[in-house]
Design a protein around this ligand. Structure first.
Ligand SMILES: [Ca+2]
Length: 382
């Protein structure tokens, strides 16, 4: 049977689940023999199940197994990190190539000034990026800053801030615990030096962040703890207003939920609350401020984030893109933007990260279907 989505490696059962409505099993097995690259088989996706606001369209941009974090060069080439595989991919001239391989949990990718930075769990590699990548490349060096090697929430999302520093989170190495001093934090580092500064603490596990294009303030998603209840605590969108702020974990969840164990004797008023409380367990990951001009005005300079989807909630939720419209730093609208990866309690896709392209279209990675989607907008009637 098809099981509910889990934080597990994609396996053959999941592939069967995915394909069962699309092609007969016999034909699928035959395709495995004939097509060694499974990705090639993922060509018939139920894209018609996805719903978008009027005027928006979604299409397949690229097929990449386990696609996770996205980054791009000045000339619009796209890097794709993976958590399950050992590879980082590059999409150039519409074609997918392996950029680097033999890596361990290379979830994080960040590009700046002709160099790509790839984060494994404890370390970050620097690669030179040639004008055209023709074969898998080796890193030119490893950055001097080293992070804990714990696998639990160890995979990294990394990104350069407007300050030129590389922002690197270290998730809590547990579901809920009094994490050690290096954990549940976001750091920023100088990739050409040795500095490592604290940006935020009390952050359970952020896998996506961006900077407000106007104020340059830092915003990030955070995933709430498990095993507190089906509907608590909320996932979060947070706004840093002061370096080193504490965002509550493990003492206080959401705006005002004291942890039954670790919250004893604590007061939520002593921690920075989220700006947006998302639904519980939706697994909010990648987020970007939409900085293009293709989408309507209400989207511009506001947030689109990916909800990867719950893994242990009785009735799964998430599995969608969410739009957060802000006014003076406060949400005035939080609503589904793209929905339909979850059908009758089963997910055929899981959005992970988003990336605004130069032409204003939006890329979305999906590590379950192994797809990069492209969302475009055309005013109805035009
Ligand atoms: Ca929090």
């Amino acid at each position: 049977m098809c099981v509910k989505e889990q934080e597990a490696r994609p396996n053959f059962r999941m592939l069967f689940c995915f394909f069962k409505r699309e092609i007969p099993v016999k034909k699928f097995l035959l395709s495995l023999l004939l097509v060694p690259n499974l990705v090639l088989a993922v060509t018939k996706l139920p894209l018609e199940k996805l719903t978008l606001p009027k005027g928006f369209s979604i299409s397949v941009f690229a097929e990449i197994p386990h696609a996770r974090s996205l980054a791009q060069t000045e000339d619009g080439r796209v890097f794709v990190g993976t958590r399950e595989g050992d590879k980082v991919y590059i999409i150039q001239n519409g074609k997918v190539s392996v950029f680097a391989e033999g890596l361990s949990v290379p979830n994080g990718v960040a590009y700046r000034n002709g160099k790509l930075y790839v984060a494994e769990i404890p370390r970050i590699y620097e690669f030179d990026v040639p004008a055209k990548v023709t074969k898998p490349l080796k890193p030119t060096r490893t950055l001097s800053q080293i992070f804990p090697s714990d696998a639990h929430h160890g995979w990294k999302f990394i990104r350069f801030g407007p300050d030129g520093k590389l922002y690197v989170p270290v998730g809590a190495n547990c579901n809920i615990c009094e994490a050690g001093t290096e954990y549940a934090r976001i750091y920023r580092i100088d990739v050409n030096g040795t500095s490592k500064e604290l940006v935020a603490q009390g952050v359970r596990n952020t896998v996506g962040f961006d900077w407000d294009p106007v104020s340059k303030d830092f915003w990030f998603t955070d995933n709430g703890r498990d095993m507190l209840g089906e509907d608590v605590p909320p996932d979060e969108v947070n706004h840093l207003t002061k370096l080193g702020q504490h965002f509550g974990f493990p003492y206080c969840h959401g705006k005002n939920i004291l942890d039954p164990e670790f919250g004893k004797g604590k007061d939520c008023a002593n921690y920075t609350p989220p700006v947006v409380e998302l639904r519980a367990h939706v697994a909010s990951l990648g987020m970007r401020f939409y900085t293009g001009s293709m989408f309507p005005k209400e989207y511009q300079n506001n947030i689109i984030l990916a909800e990867h989807g719950s893994w242990n909630r009785t009735i799964p939720q998430g599995y969608r893109l969410t739009f957060v419209q802000l006014k003076n730093g406060q949400p005035v609208k939080v609503e589904g933007f793209v929905e339909g990866w979850l059908q009758n309690g089963e997910a055929w896709g899981r959005p992970v990260d988003v990336e605004v392209m130069k032409d204003g279209s939006l890329l979305v990675s999906d590590d379950k279907a192994g797809i990069i989607y492209r969302i475009t907008y055309k005013a109805p009637g035009k």
